[in-house]
Design a protein. Structure first.
Length: 330
């Protein structure tokens, strides 16, 4: 096929292929099929960082601060947002000590107005924003059916709605300024494989993966790339997330007496303590943004577990193909 062909589809048929160079979604339900005539998808991916602006939530520590360092060392000015005021101030001082033009804004990403304020403050301080890292997250878990509803509200409020609010604020801005850019949403390998006892956390991270895989198709025509970061164990403070849990979302469920769950939590703390250094993850994110990668992986030892899940799903398709119920009358 050469050139482009424009067709209009009913709403329920408006599906876009994952390769933004082949199929791109336009306004309404007009779909353009064929190679992009400007042929500049690679050129419009994020290559220039010097003098541009990055916004990072959860930026006062861990992976967020590591990404701020990486983007700052690449020449970007950086706004970090965090719920911990003292840590935020220390992180800004550290970044400025590295000769990075940086500022901070206090922000609870589970609160829509707080994210809107952080976005306004960033644009007023630095101008157009080009890289948005929706990174803030908490590690609350529990068994499905036993985890309190407050835990679900807390975990989904930060891990999922924090990403939603960030996208609501910055996607229209990035489209409007027309200078391209990149969005990095932090998920987890818990968005690719499932561990028992982490129901709320797993659900939040699978949702972030799905949103990112949707968003990359929607933003391709605007020269805005999307990545979803899926790390394994990283040496951060996520196992101590309860320190920032709001009082009105305190866990009302009785303490777990299950020895297996207690042991599992201890194992997770140990794995985090022995995990990858955050700066390695930050460097990997910068590399992936330069290469316009959708999925960012960091822990090769987790690949077999992911491939085992994919094999099980593929086997389910095989069973469906051979299903007597589905093949009746065929």
């Amino acid at each position: 096929m050469t050139g482009q062909q424009k067709i209009s589809l009913p709403l329920h048929q408006c599906v876009v292929a994952s390769d933004p160079k082949i199929v791109t979604l336009r306004a309404g339900c007009d779909v353009v099929i064929g190679a992009r005539e400007d042929n500049d998808w690679e050129r419009r991916s994020m290559q220039e960082f010097d003098g541009r602006t990055a916004f990072v939530t959860g930026g006062a520590s861990g992976i967020g601060l590591a990404m701020a360092r990486a983007f700052g060392r690449a020449g970007m000015q950086v706004m970090i947002a965090d719920v911990e005021e003292q840590a935020l101030g220390a992180a800004v001082n550290e970044l400025q000590g590295l000769q990075i033009r940086a500022d901070g804004t206090l922000c609870d990403v589970s609160q829509r107005d707080a994210v809107a304020h952080a976005a306004r403050h960033t644009i007023e301080t630095f101008g157009n924003v080009h890289v948005v890292c929706n990174n803030a997250g908490v590690g609350g878990g529990g068994q499905i059916g036993e985890a309190s509803l407050n835990t679900w509200d807390w975990v989904l409020g930060v891990n999922l709605m924090g990403v939603v609010y960030g996208l609501q604020e910055f996607v229209p801005h990035m489209k409007a300024h027309g200078e391209g850019g990149h969005i990095v949403n932090t998920a987890s390998m818990a968005g690719m494989i499932n561990m028992p006892g982490m129901g709320p956390y797993n659900a939040s991270k699978f949702a972030v993966v799905s949103m990112s895989e949707t968003l990359v198709q929607e933003l391709a025509p605007f020269g805005i790339g999307v990545s979803v970061l899926c790390p394994g164990w990283v040496r951060t403070g996520i196992s101590d997330s309860e320190r920032n849990r709001p009082d009105d979302l305190a866990d009302g469920s009785p303490p777990l007496g299950d020895a297996e769950m207690t042991s599992r939590r201890a194992t997770i703390r140990e794995l985090i303590a022995q995990g990858l250094e955050p700066d390695v993850v930050g460097a990997r994110v910068l590399e992936a943004v330069r290469n316009n990668e959708l999925h960012i992986f960091t822990h090769m030892d987790m690949r077999p577990a992911f491939e085992e899940r994919i094999a099980a799903i593929s086997a389910a398709w095989d069973r469906a193909e051979d299903s007597p119920a589905l093949n009746q009358g065929v």
